[in-house]
Design a protein around this ligand. Structure first.
Ligand SMILES: Cc1ncc(COP(=O)(O)O)c(C=O)c1O
Length: 429
């Protein structure tokens, strides 16, 4: 049985592994997608730096704490169009990406005593940031392909309250509990919450006065329908009889629809939740979290260049997903299971119950130069032992097909070679 430290060591080793092989690990945009950003940035920068109507000094000031007004208006317009749902500029604030947005939300709206309830499996770096960097207690809650189970969340909240005598659910300036979720095209599973789950989770949040932090990072990378699935925030309606002023924040980013290096994102939410963040000393001292890039992005939004780019990204990633899933459908061993996701960057594959994906990874890495993220690295309870996250975003179609073929060959030889070995099979309780 592995412990948390061993999994941590494995993860660090995996992240540093550099070879010429094929890696299904990076959940980042492909190099071709990033190359396309350079021309867009040159054009947008040229426009704003040489615009005679712009007071150039305004580009280099701290910037409004909530984020540049014109940028927020252009972003609201873009998101309204993309989501097919009304987004108001007053409900947006600028961040330096989703990671920084999450950090700001937790430090301003919660405190160190606030437990954060997380999915299992979850985005492996966020859960570690919450637990290790912020020293906040994380509590895993059971979920399935349709999302975190509201009844399990309710049970976990009550059990936490029972253990901590002086916890009160009364409204106060800081939330007594928060939930971290990736409801649309999840990292790591690619699954999306159903409407019913979203509605029930919002009801639980209102009943217990807790904050739901939804990372809406992959929403715009959708492949099947005309619009992406609705974000959790759109279920927290001000017109509902039990509306409390807002219990949900949507944490978005340009990392997946443009480039991670620009460190630009947004938080969307009602004034009750957003104001404390942009009126904090953090923003008072630092101003807008990324003013200059917001001005550049504003140009890309208003010119329609980002919309065109996002449409191209969707078409490109759709081909990558098809290369992966069509090959899986054709060649995968009969004991592998997976669901073809409707968007995002990831496919979650499950091997037979008693097989250790970590042992299989080591075998595939050493002998076939192909890697993936073992499920155990995404699980706060060290579960998902027989699962693997395959990211298709950073590999072109040829690499995806040849990488998968290698992986399947590795699997056949791995299962053959270890029939007699006990350490690769374990009981999952
Ligand atoms: C769920 C989730 N949140 C946040 C991030 C990081 O986003 P950003 O680059 O905006 O900090 C990622 C990137 O992999 C992610 O998958």
């Amino acid at each position: 049985m592995m412990n948390h430290q061993e999994v941590e060591n494995e993860l660090r080793f995996l992240m540093q592994w550099r070879n010429n092989g094929i890696s299904f690990i990076p959940g980042s945009p492909g190099v071709e997608m990033l190359n396309a950003c350079s021309k867009m940035l040159l054009n947008a920068s040229d426009k704003i730096l040489n615009d005679p109507n712009i007071n150039i000094g305004n580009l280099f000031k701290y910037g409004e704490n909530q984020g540049d007004q014109e940028f927020r208006e252009n972003l609201a317009h873009f998101l309204t169009d993309e989501y097919g749902d009304d987004v108001k500029s007053s409900n947006l604030m600028v961040t330096a990406g989703a990671t920084q947005g999450l950090h700001a939300i937790l430090t301003i709206l919660c405190d160190k005593k606030t437990p954060v309830f997380i999915e299992d499996p979850t985005y492996f770096l966020a859960s570690r940031m919450i637990k290790d960097d912020l020293q906040i207690n994380t509590i895993p809650v059971q979920g399935d392909e349709t999302g975190m189970i509201p009844e399990c969340l309710e049970k976990a909240l009550l059990s936490y309250k029972d253990q901590k005598q002086n916890v009160t659910c009364e409204p106060s300036s800081r939330f007594w509990a928060a939930v971290y979720l990736v409801p649309v095209f999840s990292n790591p599973t690619g699954w999306t919450y159903t409407e019913e789950r979203c509605k029930k989770l919002v009801q639980v949040a209102r009943k217990y006065n807790i904050l739901l932090i939804a990372e809406d990072v992959y929403n715009l990378i959708y492949f099947q329908d005309a619009c992406p699935p609705k974000r959790l925030l759109s279920y927290d309606l001000a017109t509902d009889a039990d509306y409390t002023g807002g219990n949900v924040l949507s944490n978005g980013t340009f990392s997946k629809i443009f480039a991670p290096s620009v460190r630009l994102g947004w938080i969307e939410g009602p004034a009750k939740l957003l104001c404390p963040i942009y009126e904090s000393f953090l923003t008072w001292s630092g101003g807008s979290f990324n003013h200059y890039m917001a001005k550049v992005m504003s140009q890309l939004l208003s010119s329609g260049a980002l919309k065109e780019h996002t449409e191209w990204l969707r078409a490109s990633y759709k081909k990558r997903l098809a290369a992966l899933c069509d090959t899986l459908d054709e060649l995968k061993p009969t004991d592998w299971q997976y669901h073809r996701p409707k968007g995002g960057f990831f496919v979650w594959v499950t091997f037979p119950e008693h097989l250790s994906a970590l042992e299989f990874l080591r075998f595939a890495r050493e002998r076939y130069d192909v890697t993936f993220l073992p499920g155990i690295c995404c699980s706060p309870t060290l579960g998902s032992k027989n699962s693997a996250r395959l990211a298709f975003s950073s590999l072109n179609e040829d690499a995806i097909v040849s990488g998968l073929k290698k992986l399947i060959l590795a699997y056949e030889n791995f299962t053959k070679s270890c029939v007699d070995r006990v350490d690769v099979f374990q009981c999952i309780c």
